[in-house]
Design a protein around this ligand. Sequence first.
Ligand SMILES: [Zn+2]
Ligand SMILES: [Zn+2]
Length: 471
Amino acid sequence: MQPSINQICKQARSVGFTFSEEKTSCMHFCRLRRPHYDPLLYLEETPIRCPRTIKFLGIIFDSTHTWKQHILSLKQKCMKSLDILKVLSHTKWGAEPKMLLTLYQSLILSRIDYGCVVYGSACKSSLNILNSIHNAALRYCLGAFPTSPVEGLYCEANIPSLEDRRKIRLSNYMTKILALDEHPYNKICMREAENHPPFSRSAFGRYREYLRIREVDPPQLLRLESSEIPPWKCPPPVVNFELAQFKKGEISNTHWQQSFLDIKNRENVDFVINTDGSKTNDGVGCAFATEDKTFSWTLREVTLLWVPSHVGIAGNEKVDNAAQEASSKDVVDVTMVKPSDYQAYLKSIILKEWQQRWQNLNKNLYRIKPLAYGKYLRVELDRTSLTKTHRLRIGHTALTHKHLLTGEDAPLCADCQVRLTVEHIVCDCPRYEPQRHLFNLVRPYGENLKDKQSIANCLNFLKAVNLFNEI
Ligand SMILES: [Zn+2]
Ligand SMILES: [Zn+2]
């Protein structure tokens, strides 16, 4: 290594550059337990120091590769930003949950996500250090009660757990790298794949292990190549939407055909290629057709024209049939998969697993929001009402779960002597039957907290029975 350093220094000196002695350090990655010396290397006669940790591009590397230092410093930084969320999330005058979630994603989550492909190889206990931030932040944003289960928070906020987020990031990153032949990491991966190591914590190793467990066979990926023409020099595509101004059925097929010919004549088109794609339950297909099937590749200007299907435009009908035929074929013509499609596929697996976990938990919220990863609740209410809504939906409220914090016994309904739950108040307790009738509350319980109207009814009911402030 020393001759290489000398060579680099010599070359730098020949073009008038020198390396800073203070800023140069040598990182000795090693997990050997017995005491041994760091390598002794020199930068122009000065020995290069060997620190235990080093910060490079915002990531702290430690010599044993545990990432503990990085995760701890990340936590410290995020804690400071968490204070901002804490202030803004006051249950009375705080910001809207949607706003706070956006703020959380940009202030904190972006930091946690940065470099997670690299530090994701840390052991589980180290990575779990970050979970407390994620959970606390979601709790602040939603105004959820402190005892709320985390799975409920993820579902209500529509943000997966950090572990799932890391999985998505890793599969996105690795898919991209494996489609890029030029990338240096691609070559390392190829070497690793050939040597079949039994167990590896590298990004590629974790990705492989992940696919192996789920029995996913990676497809042949379409190669990503850098275009020789820079994107800013590419002319923007010209798309003609003239025919989109009519709706199908509004005008006759003859009118459609006439308009198509009008445009064709006006634009002075000398060559038409018809394209179509078809998707049925059996498969997908695509086709393109030309008027006489002879074409040369000297097209200078391409205009895309949107045309409706099944209105008798000659070429369009031809490709439409061809595409439909292709979609029902058993043999697949195109086996290459676009990296972005494969990324989406892997993401869908991760989200499906989340959904499975959510289903098995069968929490209170599951009956209201069966989809773990669905739409965020869209109701316009003030912060207090939204906080109460989230608490009711998750099923943990001050009234029913305060005892977990104070160490008292679980509260019982004074009339019925059963465990006091949100469901009991909203649906079962005979004491509130008249008010329940008044505000049209229904059974099953989940139906009362689903949409704008039902939520408004439920909140009004709680106000009428004087329990609103205790939620
Ligand atoms: Zn060593
Ligand atoms: Zn009761």
